[in-house]
Write a protein that binds this ligand. Sequence first.
Ligand code: UTP
Length: 292
Amino acid sequence: MKTTNIIKKAVLPAAGLGTRFLPATKASPKEMLPIVDKPLIQYAVEEALRCGIEEFIIITGKNKRAIEDHFDNAYELEERLKNSGKKKLLEELNKLKKINFAYIRQREALGLGHAVLCAKPFIKDEPFVVILSDDLIEPTYNFLGEMIEIYLKRKAPLVALTEVAGSEVHRYGIIDGFLEDNVYRIKDLIEKPEPSKAPSNLAIIGRYILTPDIFPFLQMQKPGAGGEIQLTDALNKMAKKIPIYGYPIKGKRFDAGDKLGYLKATIDFALLNPELSTEFKEYLINKVKAIL
Ligand code: UTP
C-alpha cells in the first residue's frame, strides 16, 4: 500500500528505566538493545521512514547518550570503512545521516504520558505518530502505513491494539469499544486493570496516531498506575470529548522490552536474515532435537 502521508513527525519516547531488562539497562538504553545487528530504535525509525515520516523527536533521559551517538556522524569509523573497502557497511551507516532528529530530555521518568507531553513544543498544530521502539513489528508488514491510511480517512486519533490472554491484561492499557468497519470506536481505556475488571482483552500496543488535542489532557493528567503519568488515562479523558479509534494488528509484533519477547524477536529476525538464516536454522533444528 502506498501512503500519501500528511503526517511528517514521529515522537519516540525512550526515557523509560527499562526495569524488566536489568541489569543490561542499568547504564545503557533499552532502545539500543540489538536485534541481530540493529538497535531497536533504528527499526522504529526505519518503519516510520517507510511511511513518509521526515522528522523524529526522541525523548531521552539519563544514560541515553548512546541513542544520540548512534544517529550521529562517526568520522573515524567511516574513514576506516572507506579505506578498507567496506562499502556495504558504509552505505548502511550513511543512510542514517539524512534523517532529522531532535532530542528532548525528560528529566525524570514520570511516565509515558509525560514523555509525550515533552514533545509539545515540537509538534505545533500537526498530527503525529508515537512509536515505542520496544514493540517491534516485522519490517515487511506495513502496519503503521495502514494506521496512517485510517487516520487520513477518519481524521481522529488512533491506537494500535492486540488481543492478549486474560492473564496478561494487567500489563497493558485495555480498551472498551465496539467495531465500526475494521476499527474499534473506543469508549473507555483502562491502564493495567486487574483481570476481573478488564472490559476486554484488547490491549494497546506501541503505535499511536495522535493530534495536538491530547496535550491539554496530558497537562491536566495526575499520576495513575505505578505512580506514572499515563498516556492511557489522558486518552480516556479525551475519548469522552472526541472520537478515538483502535486498530488491531494482524501480523507479528514482539514485546522486545521483555526478555522472552526479545529472545523470540531475535530468533525470528535471524531466520529472516539472508546472511544467517541457513546456518542458524540448522543450529536451531539440532538444538531442538537435542532438548526433545
Ligand atoms: P515501558 O512501560 O516499557 O517502561 O515504557 P520502561 O521503563 O521503558 O521499561 P520497564 O517496563 O521498566 O521494563 C513504554 C515506553 O515509554 C517510554 C519508554 O522508554 C518506552 O519506550 N517511557 C516510559 C518514557 O519515555 N518515559 C517514561 O517516564 C516512561
